[in-house]
Ligand binder design. Structure first.
Ligand code: IMP
Ligand code: MG
Length: 180
């Protein structure tokens, strides 16, 4: 992956502005407040793509919660999945004591998430829900229950707000379609 120089030169269009994202994140946080008030809550983020979403979501949530991280890699530095998923970082918490919300950046084929969700279910959390920022339903290969998605997007490759292409673009404050 070459150093992209100026991000703006590689962006076709902005799909979701920073304001769109903040509005949706605030509403999702309000639903979490309502559902889990008074209950032990663990927000689990799958690195790296969900780190921005979790950072904003967790600061919009007002009830006490813990944060945990996992890393599952299915994409390396190309636009294609290599078809395998590796858990390279696992949680430290014993999740049987928590209501778990698994926070994802995007569901594409669903393969990564299906595997991680199944692994977490086997550990018998008090409950498990999946919250994804983006969903590309046209690309789904594996169906996933109990998912809430904030935005449905068409089958285009997007970057920004945590999502990368070749490890760049994660720091864009909006979601954009790449031009190449
Ligand atoms: P899945 O296993 O096919 O659902 O895809 C899992 C991962 O692929 C996501 O968590 C992202 O890291 C990555 N991915 C899928 N679509 C995109 C995209 O449009 N832009 C950037 N990353 C993507
Ligand atoms: Mg991801």
């Amino acid at each position: 992956m070459q150093y992209p120089g100026n991000y703006a030169d590689h962006i076709r269009r902005v799909l979701l502005s920073g304001q769109d994202l903040q509005d949706a994140v605030r509403k999702a946080a309000a639903r979490i407040d309502e559902t889990y008030a008074g209950k032990p809550l663990l927000l689990v983020s799958i690195l790296k793509g969900a780190f921005v979403f979790l950072a904003d979501l967790s600061r919009a949530v007002t009830i006490p919660c813990e944060i945990g991280f996992m890393q599952a890699q299915s994409y390396y530095d190309s636009k294609q999945s290599n078809g395998t998923v590796n858990i390279t970082l696992d949680l430290q918490q014993d999740i049987s004591r928590y209501h778990v919300v698994l926070v994802e950046d995007i569901i594409d084929s669903g393969r990564t998430l299906a595997l991680v969700a199944e692994m977490l279910r086997q550990r018998k959390p008090l409950s498990l829900r999946i919250l994804t920022l983006l969903d590309k339903p046209e690309r789904r290969e594996v169906s996933i229950p109990d998912v809430e998605s904030l935005f449905t997007i068409p089958d285009v490759f997007v970057v920004g707000y945590g999502l990368d292409y070749g490890e760049y673009y994660r720091n864009l404050p909006y979601i954009a379609e790449l031009s190449e």
